[in-house]
Design a binder for this molecule. Structure first.
Ligand SMILES: Nc1ncnc2c1ncn2[C@@H]1O[C@H](COP(=O)(O)OP(=O)(O)OP(=O)(O)O)[C@@H](O)[C@H]1O
Ligand SMILES: [Mg+2]
Length: 256
């Protein structure tokens, strides 16, 4: 397996009929197999960008190509989401009524036989160090353990692109560091491209490249990359945006 090449070109995204401009003219490139951190203050458009790259939403303008395919105009975005992309969300987003083993199998439903699904889920959970907790339900797991289940779930279909939105954000720094080590090790073994949103400088420092968004501008080279979020009222709607993303995060489940 190899990592996906990601090219984001002049992407714009606004909400509420254009009143909230979350992304304006964003361009960036991720080389296959690269581990890149995306940092920046709350509300600057990081999750929006991840959602667009993961085809959970479509850009208003511009183009996002993953291995040459324009993911904003896919006929089968759910196939792309399930087959190419692995998502890890800030608050794991696991189904509480399913065991760890069942959660990891969800993205494989309809894609592998029951036996193959379970075998792969077991091996992924072992890989993230949860051999002993496979039959446990998420509410009985620690925060770090839940994030490891979420990581195993994201890896279920062998994604070539791992999108991780603050995967360590809800964890203490030691546990966060462990999750990051795990992501790095898995990236080395599987060779996928990783885009990691984080507000933790220690976490970002471990990436090969850091894209920083500050005051609405993507401050890392290339210099022309910009993310604008300068309009009044935008930051006040972060909570609402989060609610919306909560819904977005649930999308793949019934489509897989
Ligand atoms: N579905 C939505 N409807 C309206 N506004 C939205 C929506 N999604 C995001 N926004 C707004 O777009 C801007 C960017 O939001 P986004 O969630 O991408 O920021 P972020 O950088 O991920 O922030 P955080 O660090 O707090 O997670 C914010 O002003 C947010 O309120
Ligand atoms: Mg966010």
């Amino acid at each position: 397996m190899s990592g996906a090449a990601v090219v984001v070109e002049h992407v714009r995204k606004s909400f509420e009929g254009g009143r909230i401009r979350a992304l304006e003219d964003v361009s960036l490139t991720l080389e296959p197999g690269e581990l890149v951190a995306l940092t920046g203050p709350s509300g600057c458009g990081k999750s929006t960008l991840l959602n667009l790259i993961g085809a959970l939403d479509r850009p208003d303008a511009g183009e996002i190509r993953v291995d040459g395919k324009d993911v904003g105009r896919l006929e089968d975005p759910s196939g792309y989401r399930a087959g190419t992309v692995g998502f890890v969300f800030q608050f794991h987003n696991l189904m509480t009524t399913l065991t760890a083993l069942e959660n990891v199998q969800v993205p494989m439903l309809g894609r592998r036989s029951r036996g193959a699904r379970e075998e792969r889920a077991r091996s992924l959970l072992a890989e993230v160090g949860l051999r002993e907790r496979m039959e446990s339900y998420p509410p009985t797991l620690s925060g770090g353990e839940r994030q490891r289940v979420a990581l195993a779930r994201a890896l279920a279909n062998g994604p070539r692109l791992l999108l991780a939105d603050e995967p360590t954000g809800a964890l203490d720094s030691d546990t966060g560091a462990q999750i990051l080590d795990l992501i790095r090790r898995i990236r080395e073994e599987h060779g996928m491209t990783v885009l990691l949103v984080t507000n933790d400088d220690d976490v970002a420092a471990q990436a090969e490249r850091i894209l920083r968004i500050r005051d609405g501008v993507l401050a890392a080279p290339p210099a022309q990359q910009t993310v604008l979020n300068g309009i009044p009222g935008a930051r006040e709607s972060i909570a609402r945006g989060r609610e919306q993303f909560g819904r977005g995060e649930g999308i793949p489940l019934d489509e897989l």
